[in-house]
Ligand binder design. Structure first.
Ligand SMILES: [Mg+2]
Length: 385
């Protein structure tokens, strides 16, 4: 059980419609994939859903792009782990961290491929290597990007009818518009659906965030995600409103979560497979959140099915991830019907669809990261740098 090759390739899959949030400048769906093989012919796949305009507060962490990820993997990470034994993620991360600091998205793509490959070689699901399956189904939050109010209301009514129980609304651009969209969506979906808002640090000040979220509270919010930039400013907002605050841009790794807990900056943290640098690190983040008494969900960057398999594995294995997760319902084109809940793309790179039952994805028990990757689809959507 030895790693024999690591290669990278770039794909672009077509989106169902434009999906935008505050600060985003590049289209989603153009991501770098990692393909690893072992000495027995097994294959493992990873993905870096890297966006150059995504980052942590005050430049503390910063965006990567597919080209940067390709360079970091090709020049540093792949040579550092060449020939290593499988099923030793502690060693994988030690080697990657020794050869280059930072670049968590590049390291995450390597980590997913290594876990996928190791688990396939062992004939077990990746969740077994993460401590086991804690939950059999992962509830899905449908994310409404920055849309016009009418279009957003129509989409929310449809996904609610499909069984989705939590809707996240991107805000953070104009307080008046933001309050109106929450009011209209609440009127359309009724009281049984949980609504959350995500400002992506978009409000100008804690004061603006506090005033705006207080007005939204009349329409019942489950949580308000990253209303402003900075742990101290999040704490200011948290103290002033009744709605729980979720930290996303402020919560990249386990150390950030300790700071958030110490400063009572948020009640909820958004755990990604990518921000801390892979599944191995994400399990640490989730463990710290749990120990600190913070709630968590799994959230991401609208991965293709390749990377979304890692989201589902994390959500299934991490006890802390008790809240509905902002993950796609990855579905190849020939399985697409009229459903749009959790669907952001017109096709996908896995060989079978993720199954949505009562608004939740059924956790795969297949070996590796679950549903097999469709190499013909990858060839179809492969693009040059
Ligand atoms: Mg967010």
């Amino acid at each position: 059980m030895k790693l024999v090759s690591t290669e990278t390739l770039l794909v672009q899959i077509p989106t169902r419609r434009e999906h935008k949030w505050t600060g985003l400048t590049e289209p989603i769906g153009r991501y770098l994939l990692v393909r690893m093989t072992d000495d027995e012919g097994h294959v493992g796949w990873g993905e870096a859903p890297a966006l150059k305009d995504w980052g942590g507060e005050y430049g503390r962490y910063f965006g990567e792009s597919p080209s940067i990820v390709r360079l970091v993997i090709g020049q540093y990470l792949a040579p550092a782990v060449a020939d290593m034994e499988l099923a030793n993620p502690a060693e994988l991360h030690a080697r990657m961290d020794r050869v280059i600091k930072g670049y968590p998205y590049a390291k995450a793509a390597m980590d997913f491929a290594y876990y996928d490959l190791s688990a396939r070689a062992l004939g077990v699901p990746v969740t077994t290597l993460l401590g086991g399956i804690f939950r059999e189904r992962v509830a899905v939050t449908h994310s409404i990007g920055l849309l016009g109010i009418e279009e957003a209301v129509r989409e929310c009514a449809k996904v609610a009818a499909e069984g989705i129980r939590t809707i996240k609304i991107k805000v953070g651009q104009d307080p008046q518009r933001d309050v109106e969209i929450v009011r209209e969506i609440r009127a359309a979906v009724g009281n049984a659906i949980d609504l959350c808002v995500d400002a992506n640090e978009g409000y100008a000040s804690p004061g603006e965030a506090i005033t705006t979220i207080r007005r939204m509270e009349a329409y019942r919010l489950k949580y308000a995600e990253q209303p402003v930039m900075g742990i101290e400013r999040l704490a200011e907002v948290s103290r002033a409103i009744d709605t729980p605050v979720m930290a996303d841009e402020s919560a990249w790794n386990a150390h950030d979560v300790i700071q958030i807990a110490e400063r009572r900056a948020a009640e909820i943290v958004s755990v990604y497979t990518t921000k801390p640098g892979g599944l191995y690190r994400a399990m640490e983040v989730a463990a710290v959140a749990r120990a600190a008494g913070l709630l968590a969900n799994v959230n991401g960057s609208v991965e293709t099915g390749v990377g979304n398999r890692a989201n589902i594995a994390l959500a299934a294995a991490a006890p802390a991830a008790s809240l509905s997760c902002v993950v796609p319902v990855s579905t190849p084109a020939d399985h697409l019907g009229s459903q749009i809940g959790g669907i952001y793309y017109r096709d996908d790179l896995i060989s079978a669809p993720m199954r949505l039952i009562d608004g939740a994805i059924e956790v795969s028990r297949e070996p590796g990261l679950g549903i097999a990757v469709d190499e013909a689809k990858i060839a179809q959507y492969r693009i040059a740098d």
